[in-house]
Design a protein. Sequence first.
Length: 291
Amino acid sequence: MANLKEIRNRISSVSSTMQITSAMKMVSAAKLKKAQDAITAMRPYSDKLTEILQSLSATLEGDAGSKFAEQREVKKALVVAITSNRGLAGAFNSNIIKELTRLNQEELNGVAVSYMAIGKKANDFVSKASPVQSNKSDLFDNISYDNVAVIAEELMDLFVTGEFDKIVIVYNSFKNAATQIVRTEDFLPLKPVAKDEEAIQEQKELDYIFEPSKEEIIEELIPKSLKMQLYKGVRDSWASEHGARMTAMHKATDNATELRDQLKLTYNKARQAAITNEILEIVGGAEALNN
């Protein structure tokens, strides 16, 4: 059995760790509320924008936004990996890394893959064995639509100029504080919209007047939709990170509390045993003197 001093040192160490994890849990809980409100408020707008774009695209005879919808043989692909800048968030970052590995081995097998890292953990992983197109980890210092839009425009330029034939986004989607879902979304090229004849006929019967034309509206909506898609992914990841860290720190605090209680019990038993031994030694010494 460890001596009393060693057990006291362990109790002190575990208590200090528990205070740190408890503080980190409270900080993440406070940040989660703000991040959760932001992504919850943004999703309806993002979904409606996509719905309008698809509805208009389905009624056009020709191809709209052809420069973003051009289907090419995929020889070079760019994967945008969104993680966090810090760890201590459970499986939040490792799940993204697993998905990147799966994507590289299965869907993009045989394709020259480069990465854009949004988050230091992603950059640390991909930079070891794969070319990194750019590192945008500083985005989390100030998450805003304008800052994300600049990155989205860079991605659109990379596709239009033919530097990459396909661009994919990998991120954690926020469901709740305890659950994050890894999502892999095609960013470019745009997927062809399935033209539902019944839906097309219904829209024609509504007799909308478009000003300017449908084609011009779609040309304007496509870049906005792509920027919003990336912004939603970043915001989703941001909320997921704080949810994952809050959950991880909550579990760590509970484990530290349990360990501390066990150590205190062990310490009390060891202390009682030491006192008992001292009493026995005193009694034994007294009896020896009497004899």
